[in-house]
Design a protein around this ligand. Structure first.
Ligand code: R1P
Ligand code: URA
Length: 289
């Protein structure tokens, strides 16, 4: 039995941060960073049956072309993704009455799709591109606390990147599920996403502060790893994907991160209409579900 200090339920039986009941969870969950983006997705629904808000977690549940969908905002950063993934999993795979994990044969695998914004690292991934993440690379510390199993290739990339960046720790590298990426990322740019524990220094941005490594961006842009699977390079920056992919692997959920490119760090540009780029990605994804 999981104690109430660990599986924390609110007085109405909902889970602590997301403030949701098991009935609010559909088998496909769309996640967005920005709470205002939830309505940008659900305005396409035929009907909305539930709207809830708690902290940065806004949830709408409704139907799109007869398919029940849950759309949820996560806020920013992998610390929030730790909450979102653990609580979504608990909502479907833990019995809240007996406080026990459901037997393996009853456990559900959710389909979780991140619809996020991102900055490109490479000149040939332009503003307006939609990028589906193949490998996620985490520079954050979340996987210091979970026993993530990495493949040989993932470990090789992590070790080489640690050397290239002169980091005191190895990043974690996780390839996402190929099937969901091929289904919902069809026709998009495929890329490898660097998940950073911040928007400024960790993504090489300098306003008033210098960086420890003045050539940090150039090192990331130039990083290549050759293997039998081909050449690996980093394509884009954001702040959640590696947390999703690692926890998806650990918990047994199919996760896809889709990135609307709104900044290009090679050319120094930012999108004139970032909302339109995100809208295009939302509409395309809904049509493919
Ligand atoms: C930073 O501006 C935020 O934008 C990106 C980053 O991952 C970070 O959360 O994603 P969202 O637009 O989905 O929030
Ligand atoms: N989100 C990020 O995290 N970085 C960018 O450059 C743009 C959006």
């Amino acid at each position: 039995m999981i104690p109430s200090s660990e599986l924390i339920l609110n007085p109405n039986g909902s889970i602590y941060h997301l403030n949701l009941l098991p009935d609010h969870i559909s088998d496909t969950i769309l996640t967005v960073g920005d709470p205002a983006r939830v309505a940008q997705v659900s305005r396409h629904f035929d009907s909305v049956e539930f709207e809830g808000t708690h902290r940065e977690f806004v949830t709408h549940v409704g139907y799109y072309r007869g398919k029940r969908l849950t759309v949820l905002s996560t806020g920013m950063g992998t610390d929030n993704i730790d909450i979102v993934m653990n609580e979504l999993d608990a909502l479907v795979n833990i019995d809240f009455v007996s406080r026990t994990v459901r037997p393996a044969e009853e456990r559900l695998s959710l389909r979780i799709i991140r619809l996020g914004t991102s900055g490109s690292l490479q000149a040939d991934v332009p503003i307006g591109a939609m990028l589906a993440t193949e490998h996620a690379v985490g520079l954050d510390s979340l996987m210091q606390f979970y026993p993530l199993m990495e493949t040989g290739l993932e470990t090789e990339i992590a070790t080489e990147l640690q050397q290239t960046l002169g980091l005191p720790f190895a990043p974690y590298v996780v390839r996402g599920s190929d099937l969901i990426r091929e289904q919902l990322g069809a026709g998009m740019t495929m890329g490898n996403t660097l998940t950073c524990p911040g928007f400024y220094g960790p993504q090489g941005r300098r306003l008033r502060l210098d960086l420890r490594q003045p050539d940090y961006i150039a090192r990331l842009q130039g990083f290549r790893h050759q293997s039998a699977e081909g050449e690996f390079r980093l394509s884009n920056f954001e702040m959640e994907t590696a947390g999703y992919y690692a926890l998806g692997r650990l918990l047994g959920h199919d996760v896809l991160s889709l990135n609307a490119i709104v900044a290009n760090r090679a050319t120094g540009e930012f999108a004139e209409n970032a909302t339109a780029v995100v809208d295009a990605m939302i509409e395309r994804t809904l049509q493919l579900l």
